[in-house]
Design a binder for this molecule. Structure first.
Ligand SMILES: Nc1ncnc2c1ncn2[C@@H]1O[C@H](COP(=O)(O)OP(=O)(O)OP(=O)(O)O)[C@@H](O)[C@H]1O
Ligand SMILES: [K+]
Ligand SMILES: [Mg+2]
Length: 676
């Protein structure tokens, strides 16, 4: 698993500093109502500095200037947090843009020749040929050939990957380079709509939309701000009644301290950083909503082949049944696989060839090829002489043979069960109404799977393996890998049914997959993670793409999602708890002159009313940059139940949020007292 390690270097920080100033534009600021109120406060302070008795006030000029400066710094800090969070994505977008080049493509013309055209002229459906050393001109699907491709521009992974026609490894991405051999590619996107284009827009945050969660929280924060605005607006009347004159700068300082500026200033940074953390893990999330949904996932649906197992299901043995010879099995398996472009099909051809079985190539040319489909679970050939060869899942082939009036050899079940209980996939081979034998497709469970699933259990997530394979193989692999449940012989529509069933129980479902047959289910799931190695259909249906094609990474995605939700919750708790402490700093200071009893509330024993107000305001500002690292990195997350996490966070950030400002404001007060 590769992890992009992009640190927040000098250029990103410098750019963020510049952006912090640009973001002061009120048209930008109004999108964040809490900070917009601070900006209005700043504007009023500027007016007061220019016209000191605008409100008939009597606060000293230095105090007005100090409040104005602190408010400006507060705004800049909040802007800096957001700009810094955006910075890494922008830097990544820049490096992706560099890999976008207008290359030459060799498009097939009607007459059968190749025509040189700029890649920007290619349209969906065009066929191109790409040879070793050439750039792939756009997104597409390999329709012929096999090549090793350097995808490092997109995945950051330097090891070349194999792309081949048929099967789940047929999609290619524009901006990657063919290293050896050649491929014929059908373009699947028009210029400007490629995966690279979408990826650039995403990491750049160009189309960033607030998630439903963020909108809900913003609404709460805005309401709180309005409430405090009303409270502060009534204070002058109260002050008048008590005979305490309340200065405008003091009221503004109080308002800014009371409204949730800490979370208001960090909210968008938290969201952006969460998406960015996913990107660091080489997963491209199409929306922040998908990342958040990942944090609330209850059930994960995984397919077996290529997800839990290595997926290079290789033919390792031909097993005869019903008295046929092993050679006969190999011969018919070969005949039924000569044009099977799937990895399984090719491995059958390879095994037969290794056994020295030549086969009859004219068979393949003369017959009608029956392509493998997940729905039929069979492939094979209808020969010109009327005979038919089929290979496929034992159940499917049995049904096919029975339909032709054949009978099932007595030793078939025992032999196929032996393969299945070893975790292998048995494929039955039939010639017309006779089953001649079995192909033993071997596959191995990836190491560390048990631990990964145990981790998910601790997070309270149920794992279900959905496989097209037979029940016995499924059971063996399920037990070996340690998933909670499994569903065998599932067709694409069954996968959707499982997801819908879980969703109907109010659960959020994640699904990983790579095949075209997974696409509908990937679209139905709340979080669909497609493997980058997978088909175009899978990648288009999903709302996340894992560039490393490592399905177990869903654990990291879930952790990041949970961390994002927790960070937002923790900092909201901290922010609101904080404001309570500021209340105790400012209110006594405001009324102390008129009501000496107020001194009892002055628990912090702050030096003077003015230093108390300034200290609270300074604390209110500096807490924002102090929390930027936490907002960006996220709060610590350990796999445990949500209830325990919630309790722990309430304690740490709620109680901490009340206590920290007392200490902080007191310290600042000591410093301010010394200066004033
Ligand atoms: N090339 C092939 N020719 C004939 N039958 C095949 C071929 N490939 C697979 N099968 C059979 O079809 C079944 C379904 O295969 P498929 O690859 O669709 O599984 P799946 O639904 O993707 O689930 P998983 O990936 O977990 O196996 C396999 O279990 C196997 O019995
Ligand atoms: K505040
Ligand atoms: Mg599959």
């Amino acid at each position: 698993m590769s992890q992009r390690n992009q640190t927040l270097g000098g250029p990103i920080v410098r750019q963020a500093l510049k952006e912090s100033v640009l973001k002061l534009d009120p048209r930008v600021m109004i999108r964040n109502p809490v900070m917009f109120v601070v900006e209005i406060g700043f504007a009023v302070m500027l007016l007061l500095i220019a016209v000191p008795d605008a409100f008939g006030g009597g606060a000293p000029v230095w105090f007005n200037v100090a409040v104005a400066v602190i408010l400006l710094v507060t705004l800049l800090f909040a802007n800096f947090a957001e700009a810094l969070a955006e910075g890494r994505g922008k830097a990544q977008a820049d490096s992706l843009k560099r890999s976008k080049r207008d290359v030459v493509a060799y498009r097939e013309s009607g007459s059968g020749g190749l025509k040189e055209v700029p890649a920007s002229e290619l349209r969906k459906g065009d066929l191109v040929r790409v040879e070793a050393g050439q750039w792939i001109p756009g997104d597409g699907e390999v329709v012929e050939g096999l090549a090793s491709v350097d995808e490092s521009a997109i995945t950051g992974e330097s090891a070349p990957v194999i792309k081949e026609a048929g099967g789940d490894f047929s999609s290619v991405t524009g901006g990657t380079k063919v290293l050896s051999d050649w491929i014929r590619v059908r373009m699947t996107s028009d210029p400007g709509e490629s995966f690279l284009d979408r990826m650039i827009a995403l990491v750049e945050g160009a189309k960033r939309q607030k998630t439903p969660n963020e909108i809900a929280l913003s609404t709460v924060l805005t309401s709180l701000t309005l409430i405090f605005l009303m409270v502060v607006a009534t204070l002058p009347f109260l002050g008048g009644y008590l005979g305490v004159p309340l200065e405008v700068p003091v009221l503004i300082a109080l308002l800014v301290c009371l409204i949730p500026t800490t979370i208001g200033g960090l909210l968008s940074a938290i969201g952006i950083a969460g998406m960015d953390r996913v990107t660091q893990f080489n997963v491209i999330a199409m929306s922040g909503k998908a990342v958040e949904a990942a944090g609330d996932i209850n059930t994960i649906i995984l397919d077996k082949t290529g997800t839990i197992t290595f997926g290079n299901r290789m033919a390792s043995e031909f097993v005869s049944v019903g008295g046929w010879s092993e050679t006969a099995v190999a011969e018919w398996a070969l005949a039924g696989s000569l044009q099977d472009e799937t990895p399984e099909g090719r491995s059958v051809v390879e095994l037969a060839r290794r056994m020295g079985i030549a086969g009859d190539p004219s068979l393949a040319q003369s017959g009608e090829w029956i392509e493998f489909r997940a729905e039929t679970r069979m492939s094979g050939i209808d020969l010109q002489d009327g005979r038919s060869v089929r290979k496929g899942s034992v159940d499917a082939v049995k049904t096919w043979v029975r339909q032709k009036g054949g009978s099932i050899p007595d030793d078939l079940d025992a032999k196929s069960d032996r393969i299945a209980s070893a975790g292998g996939t048995p494929l039955a081979v039939a010639l017309d109404e006779r089953i001649v034998g079995l192909i033993y497709l071997k596959d191995t469970v990836k190491p560390g799977m048990k631990e990964r699933f145990e981790q998910m259990r601790q997070m309270g997530i149920r794992t279900i393996m959905c496989t097209g394979d037979n029940p016995l193989t499924a059971q063996t692999i399920a037990r070996e890998a340690g998933v909670d449940d499994f569903i065998a012989e599932s067709r694409p529509e069954d996968k959707i049914a499982v997801i819908k069933r879980e969703q109907a129980q109010g659960k959020l479902v994640a699904m990983t997959g790579d095949g075209t047959n997974d696409a509908p289910a990937l679209a139905q799931a709340d979080v669909g993670i497609a493997m980058n190695s997978g088909t175009v259909a899978a990648k288009e249906a999903a709302n996340m793409v894992d560039l490393d094609s490592d399905p177990s990474k869903i654990i990291e995605v879930v952790s990041i999602g949970k961390q994002l939700l927790m960070t937002r919750g923790a900092l909201t708790t901290f922010s609101i708890a904080n404001d309570v402490a500021k209340y105790f700093a400012i209110i006594p200071a405001m009324f102390m002159a008129a009501i000496p009893q107020m001194d009892a509330l002055n628990v912090m024993r702050l030096d003077s009313p003015m230093s108390a107000i300034l200290s609270a305001l300074i604390f209110n500002a500096v807490i924002i940059p102090l929390l930027i690292p936490l907002a960006m990195k996220g709060v610590a997350y350990k796999a445990q139940s949500s209830a325990r996490l919630l309790r722990r966070n309430l304690l740490v950030y709620g109680l901490g949020g009340v206590i920290v400002p007392f200490a902080g404001i007191k310290l600042i007060d000591l410093a301010v007292m010394w200066m004033v």
